[in-house]
Design a protein around this ligand. Structure first.
Ligand SMILES: *Cc1c(COP(=O)(O)O)cnc(C)c1O
Length: 402
């Protein structure tokens, strides 16, 4: 039975979204986790260990790079790139994983589980499990394990077990369900390390807290070079962790426009899309109330995008609330536009960026020319693109690259 005992507790919610819709057995685990999370925010020992790991293991702070060539070519706002692609394991995901693994230790857990779609969050979690000597099992849709053999092998190299999920459609959403079930069956030793700003409270707030290092740094960095706040932040959105981390420190600065960029796949109205905010409706899934792509009966739709990391039929609840209040704007970018941006940023700036991040880059290509030359945009490059080279080659019909 699903319960939301905390409908009255405002701090579990972002506007009408969020909450805790989980089986009874998990409620006490979520309570313990909430307490540990609240404590860690003001615990100097926790904060020191977290920031040591970020700086000395994950390679933070990440650069805020002035993209001079793109700026000159697009002829409008000055473009800065927040380089999460330079982190250890090649994306922003490690920030959240390092924070949560410390919480798991604090709670006395010895086993980490996580869901993964393309395998990036699975690899980041397996990395932390290796570092801390914990058991690790990654839940991955069967179809994804076949499409992403290389990442499955990476996780195995790091000592994790990968469990292929055949229930449902054998995709990411089914892996999340399987992980929730496993957690409910083994609450004593197991910690569920969710990979995006989604799921039941406190996960969305917790993932935001750990990812907000992105905007804490970028605010300091842009003040140092420009002496003023940026005019816009642009970040891609799957579940929304890199975007909420990129927005966090600016949400209370109304002059800073916030843009979340979703994957529109073959086009918003093509039936092959992942543009949740454009087409989704409110619903309850994966332990939270948020906006989902679903049919009239509330069945979750199958989503499509070239970008495995944006392949999620929902969005984190705080994004749903930021959209509802109008504080942030959500836009769609198609496969074609993202692939063109992948090639563009490689040629202009010498950076091979993740195809997910290139959705944000494609939107910057549209936005920057509409803004004055003394304005600034910070675009988060959530990850590096080595993993995407083969599929971009295939998209372009280049033969002989596996
Ligand atoms: C996983 C991933 C994303 C999407 O996840 P969010 O939680 O929306 O940030 C975006 N970019 C990269 C490189 C990823 O690995």
């Amino acid at each position: 039975m699903l319960k939301d005992k905390d409908t009255d507790k405002k701090d579990n919610r972002f506007g009408e979204f969020g909450g805790q819709y989980v089986p009874e057995t998990l409620m006490s685990e979520l309570e313990k986790l909430t307490k540990a999370f609240e404590d860690c925010k003001t615990d100097p020992a926790f904060q020191k260990e977290f920031h040591d790991l970020l700086n000395n293991y994950a390679n933070r702070p990440s650069l805020l790079y002035y993209a001079k060539n793109m700026t000159e070519d697009l002829g409008g706002a000055k473009i800065y790139l927040k380089r999460e692609d330079l982190n250890h394991t090649g994306a922003h995901k490690i920030n959240n994983v390092l924070g949560q693994v410390l919480l798991a230790k604090k709670l006395g857990k010895t086993r980490l589980i996580a869901e993964t779609g393309a395998g990036q969050h699975g690899v980041a979690t397996a990395t932390a499990a290796a570092l801390f000597g914990m058991d690790c099992e990654i839940f991955m849709g069967k179809e994804d394990t076949e499409r992403q053999r290389l990442n499955v092998y990476r996780m195995e190299l790091l000592g994790a077990k990968v469990r292929p999920i055949t229930s449902g459609q054998g995709l990411l959403k089914d892996a999340v369900n399987a992980a929730l079930q496993d957690w409910a069956a083994h609450p004593d030793d197991t910690y569920y390390l969710i990979g995006s700003a989604m799921g039941p409270a406190p996960y969305p707030a917790m993932v935001k807290e750990f990812q907000s290092v992105i905007s804490k740094e970028s605010k300091q960095q842009i003040m140092d070079v420009e002496g003023k706040l940026p005019d816009a932040i642009v970040a891609c959105v799957g579940g929304g962790s890199n975007a909420i981390g990129s927005f966090a420190e600016y949400i209370d600065d109304p002059s800073v426009k916030l843009y979340g960029v979703e994957a529109a796949g073959k086009g918003i109205h093509s039936g092959k899309t992942a543009a949740t905010m454009e087409l989704g409706t409110p619903g309850i899934f994966h332990g939270m109330k948020s906006v989902f792509l679903q049919n009239d009966e509330g069945q979750i739709d199958k989503v499509y995008t070239i970008s495995a990391g944006l392949d999620y039929p929902g969005i984190g609840p705080e994004h749903a609330a930021l959209a509802a209040s109008g504080r942030a704007k959500y836009v769609g970018i198609t496969d074609d536009e993202a692939v063109a941006a992948f090639e563009y940023i490689a040629k202009e700036e010498g950076i091979i960026a993740a195809i997910e991040s290139c959705h944000a880059v494609a939107y910057v290509q549209k936005l920057a020319p509409t803004m004055p030359k003394d304005s600034t945009i910070i675009c988060t490059l959530s990850g590096r693109g080595d993993k995407d080279v083969a599929s971009i080659a295939k998209y372009r019909g280049v033969k002989g690259i596996e």
